[in-house]
Design a protein around this ligand. Structure first.
Ligand SMILES: *[C@@H]1O[C@H](CO)[C@@H](O)[C@H](O)[C@H]1NC(C)=O
Length: 208
């Protein structure tokens, strides 16, 4: 028993006086750190680069999303003809606005088939065209109006040549909320059926 106790005490004494004992793992780690200083430095730099890349990608993602949203907003086009069934003689009337009822397309919902009015959803340059058809009993034709101001027109006086067709087009610069519609001349009349003789179309060329 006494011998065993002595051995234990000796061992304990050795462990206490030996400076490196118990710290060997730490020393190895420190040595390794020193030996690989450059590697560690590169690792830190690379980690910083990766973090910067992540931030950059997030910023790009946000810009991409904003661009996609913007492009969606810029899809604006419509096309419609006057009659969506049977035959329509429009005019003469006091409300001279032509309401094109047969809507072929209306991307961006700028055109209203209830009012016949196109309202610009974004600032930009827009292309409009319209065509009118009618008989010689009345003035045949219409005017393209921007904010109720006449821009261009079609016109046939009531002469003895049966029926007439006429069309016109313009590129207009519009601000958000500006409106464009087609309206009859005083005492004017146009005709349409499902052959689509009398039409109104427009689209955004590009935003400004
Ligand atoms: C971009 O849009 C995608 C898909 O809708 C979404 O998952 C992502 O979180 C958006 N990014 C940002 C930065 O808003």
């Amino acid at each position: 028993m006494e011998f065993r106790a002595l051995l234990l005490l000796t061992l304990l004494g050795f462990m206490l006086v030996e400076p490196g004992f118990g710290q060997r793992a730490d020393m190895d780690f420190n040595e390794w750190m020193t030996a690989n200083q450059e590697f560690i430095k590169n690792l830190e730099v690379n980690l910083k680069n990766v973090e910067q890349c992540k931030t950059d990608v997030e910023a790009l993602d946000a810009r991409l999303n904003a661009t996609v949203d913007e492009l969606e907003r810029q899809k604006i086009a419509f096309s419609a003809s006057l009659a969506n069934s049977g035959e329509i003689y429009s005019g003469p009337s006091t409300d001279k606005t032509l309401v094109f009822k047969r809507v072929f397309s209306n991307i961006g919902n700028g055109y209203s088939a209830n009012s016949g009015i196109f309202t610009a959803p974004v600032n930009g340059l827009y292309y409009f065209s319209f065509s009118t058809y009618g008989y010689n009993t009345h003035t045949m034709g219409a005017m393209l109006m921007k904010n109720s101001v006449r821009q261009i027109s079609t016109y046939e006086s009531p002469t003895a040549d049966g029926s007439d067709s006429s069309s016109n087009a313009a590129v207009l610069q519009l601000a958000v909320g500006d409106n464009v519609h087609v309206e009859l001349w005083d005492d004017g009349r146009v005709y349409d059926n499902l052959n689509g003789h009398t039409t109104f179309s427009g689209f955004l060329l590009f935003p400004l």
